[in-house]
Design a protein. Sequence first.
Length: 273
Amino acid sequence: MLMNAVQTAAGARDRIDPGNAIIIERVSKTFETRGGTVKAIDEVSLALRGGEFVSIVGPSGCGKSTLLGIVAGLTRPSAGSVTIGSTAVNGPYERAGIVFQKDLLMEWRTALDNVLLQIELRGLARKHYVSRALDLLAKVSLRDFANKYPRELSGGMRQRVAICRALIHDPPVLLMDEPFGALDALTRDEISVDLSKVCDETGKTVVFITHSIAEAVHLSDRIIVMSPRPATILADIAVDLPRPRRIEVRDTPEFGAIAQRVRASLTALQPRR
């Protein structure tokens, strides 16, 4: 059943944690193309509490990645605003960690050096972050691969390195755009468990774009279902499953019931034949 339980961002301000909370207020985005004007997002409002893991699902091309880009400050909205903590996002939000579908590793740098690239680009002292980089690699079972080059790593290992790179500067917010989309099902499951563990330990606010319902339920505190373009929010579904979450949680009736609610919301978007 579709839910219209999305709180307006303005009304939710006094009920969320400050700090690394994300407030999206009436955000719209229109693109000018050779074929005319295309409206990608239509007045989306959403409030994420600090430390909350929120997944966004919806049909392909509905504007999920565009919305993530606006939150990151990489894309300017046509209308509306985004605030992270007390900071209005008017350009690239430098405190965020971002993970894309492609790992974007430098082939001539080792796994450890790829993680530390973030530190170098920020002009920080590399020597102060080596220990943290190794700890992050250990958390995702890659400590023994720190000195391997990307060509010596599997696709799943490479994406784990990309996640560590996004976390090395301890960002309050983690933005992930289909980071496991190119991986096989078993590897996706393994990395989901690793990511869930890291996020549980660090308490970061996470916005996660995915087409996988099981992945969204396994990882999230809430799942946002978006409509076809122009995107609006059609459902805001709470995931009341205990943490930490092992992969076996997917076999429980509670997990199945939440997945069915998400699936029903998405199915309702499809035209009848």
